[in-house]
Design a protein around this ligand. Structure first.
Ligand code: LLP
Length: 381
């Protein structure tokens, strides 16, 4: 990828956002769902940068939030309150009341215990609370174990065996408006099968409840569509068509029912890169270390999940010969490594390096560990 200046002169490390790519990604989604019964709520946890949120809100998407802070950010960015859906296994009373008073569109409820608290707080606020039950469909998403969420032994969602009880409680409560079922089977899913299997589970469940007289207008399939971390230039926009076609053809909707989904990574990952500067080219014993000024605190995914972000030089000399480097950060942890045995054009102190596909779960997961400054951001296009 060609990074547009003024990259040089901006304090590194920083997140570089290609806003043109973000807008074309959003347009592609809009084209795929035009005229269908699908609504997309952007998962703010992937990237809550206000500039990014504004563009997504302006495109007419809803928001998927997992904390009071994210609800606040969504409202500030201009997402309409009824398009804000709120999930999470550990919502506090204060966050629930804030959500109720803000008039958000749906609480995705993860346990019967939480359902009871929401019912009490709804009564206290004098408002009937829209709720979807998050079902744990026990589907293996074939992704990293830290980001698979739909399996039985996971903390997320209500086990299918307890669902009747939750539905009975919700329909009996005067303060709960049971509007939907919610699912989310994991993240960075790059094959179609888990989504197709999810559709089958959904159809079986909605049919079961229909026979018992319970209809769910909101069928929320969660997020999870993956991206191509290895080839960001060849595949800058995920295969949304296949994803939405799978959902639209797989889920049997009845009149008044809509599909909702909560895409995060697929929307923002490819538009962001972490730009970092080479501090030292350190000659080790039998290997060369490229020590850069970004660390695991700026981009946590490699250290946390063993994830790999494609590493590129931004401004190395074009005819430089290739060298092999271990690309590492300055943080005092052995896991502060972005890549081992990376083949790159020879670089020198001061050169810029890009860690690609970092728009999702990059800036939003950054920390100040080692008392480092949070990375800045630059928006181009
Ligand atoms: N909905 C729910 C209920 C979720 O838990 C998540 C992500 C999403 C939607 C959005 O999923 P996406 O479309 O982005 O896959 N930090 C990890 C990813 C954690 C995902 C957590 N939940 C990473 O960097 O890979």
């Amino acid at each position: 990828m060609k990074f547009k200046l003024p990259c040089e002169g901006v304090e590194t490390p920083f997140y570089y956002y290609d806003m043109e790519l973000l807008r074309s990604t959003l347009n592609e989604i809009k084209e795929c769902i035009a005229g269908s019964d699908v609504h997309v709520h952007y998962a703010i946890k992937a990237n809550g940068n206000p500039e990014i949120l504004k563009v997504i809100a302006d495109s007419g998407f809803g928001a998927d939030c997992v904390s009071g802070g994210e609800i606040e950010a969504a409202l500030a960015a201009g997402f309409s309150n009824d398009s804000i859906y709120y999930a999470g296994v550990g919502k506090t009373d204060r966050e629930i009341i804030f959500g109720i008073e803000s008039g958000i569109g749906c609480f995705n409820v993860e346990s019967i215990e939480e359902l009871k608290v929401i019912s009490e707080l709804g009564e206290r606020c004098g408002k009937k609370v829209p709720v979807a039950l998050r079902v744990n469909p026990n589907i293996d998403a074939h992704t990293h174990e830290y980001i698979t969420t739909g399996l039985e032994e996971n903390k997320f969602g209500i086990d299918m065996r307890c669902l009747d009880k939750a539905v009975d409680f919700a329909t009996a409560s005067d303060w709960i408006d049971l509007i939907g079922l919610h699912f989310h089977i994991g993240s960075q899913i790059t094959i179609t099968e888990p989504f197709a299997l999810l559709c089958e589970r959904i159809n079986a469940l909605t049919e079961y409840y229909r026979r018992r007289g319970v209809e769910f207008p909101v069928i929320n399939v969660g997020g999870g569509l993956g991206i191509d971390y290895d080839n960001p230039d060849e595949n800058p926009v995920p295969d949304f068509k296949n994803y939405f076609d799978t959902l639209i053809s797989g889920i049997s909707l009845t009149p008044g029912q809509h599909i909702h989904c909560e895409l995060g990574r697929a929307v923002v990952a490819q538009c962001g890169s972490l730009i970092t500067q080479v501090l030292y080219v350190k000659e080790g014993i039998g290997r060369k270390f490229l020590i850069v000024d970004a660390g695991m605190n700026d981009l946590m995914r490699p250290a946390l999940y063993g994830a790999h972000h494609k590493i590129e030089t931004v401004n190395a000399e074009e005819d430089a010969c290739e060298e092999v480097y271990d690309v590492v950060g300055p943080v005092c942890e052995s896991s502060d490594v972005f890549g081992k045995g990376e083949k790159l054009p020879a670089v020198r102190r001061g050169d810029l390096i890009a860690l690609r596909s970092a728009g999702a779960y990059g800036e939003s997961m950054a920390s100040t560990y080692n008392m480092r400054k949070l990375p800045g951001s630059l928006f181009i296009g």
